[in-house]
Design a protein around this ligand. Structure first.
Ligand SMILES: O=C([O-])CC(=O)C(=O)O
Ligand SMILES: [Mg+2]
Length: 224
């Protein structure tokens, strides 16, 4: 039986230079300069992300019925090399939305990785495959394939809105979502924050880290 899969048109891919600049920044820097607002919660790196690695890639968004991956299979066909599939499974952890077969295929198609607000399975194999996979959990229970779903639409990932073509910045701390229209501004602010943090590390080493703000921020009550 034919199932509904709403498919919106693809966006232009971002400049490789812009993505390259994001790969030199931690996800924490990106979410910090975004008013500590853009980080998805509960979506963690489960496979294929090294300690010193930052992945920055445009999102192919997928909204699926929780526990059903029909439209995720269609996303594997639609996604272009270098794109990151971002699946809104509404955080349900009772059925895996993908496993080793699908991740092997995604790697074969040169995708940048997969983010799932939901569960995955075959985790030992996923670690071997090496494609970055961020997810909210793991279960052996498999998905149904009945639909419906939607591709390249607005989704929610760990409580954060994500539009198709937004830039996903992922590392061992998790995933930040950068709206496409603000990417140039955010990368510049995050680079400045990286430089400021570097100066703070040097100040700690030299024992001259400014702590004066603490006394101003804190009202101390002595307890006797
Ligand atoms: O069966 C499925 O649809 C998901 C899965 O385990 C795989 O991709 O290996
Ligand atoms: Mg499997």
């Amino acid at each position: 039986m034919t199932q509904i899969c709403r498919l919106h048109p693809a966006t232009d891919l971002p400049e490789p230079d812009l993505l390259d600049r994001f790969t030199k920044l931690a996800s924490s820097l990106v979410s910090d300069v975004f008013d500590r607002w853009s980080g998805a919660t509960g979506v963690m790196p489960l496979a294929g992300v090294a300690d010193d690695q930052v992945i920055a890639a445009p999102a192919v968004t997928v909204r699926t019925r929780p526990g059903d991956n029909l439209v995720v299979h269609q996303a594997l066909e639609e996604a272009r090399p270098g794109e990151m599939i971002v699946i809104d499974g509404r955080g349900h952890l009772d059925r895996a939305l993908l496993g080793a077969l699908m991740v092997t295929y995604a790697k074969r198609r040169d995708l940048a990785g997969i983010v799932v607000d939901g569960a995955v399975r075959d985790i030992a194999d996923l670690r071997q495959i090496g494609l970055p996979v961020f997810a909210a959990g793991v279960t052996h229970l498999g998905p149904y394939k009945n639909g419906p779903g939607e591709l390249r639409c607005r989704v929610s990932i760990g409580g954060v809105p994500c539009d198709d073509g937004d830039i996903i910045v992922g590392d061992v701390d998790g995933v930040a979502v950068v709206p496409r229209a603000r990417a140039a501004e955010i990368v510049e602010l995050a680079e400045a924050k990286a430089a400021a943090e570097q100066a703070e590390f040097e100040a700690i080493d030299d024992d001259r880290w400014d702590r004066t703000w603490l006394a101003e921020a804190l009202r101390v009550e002595e307890v006797h």
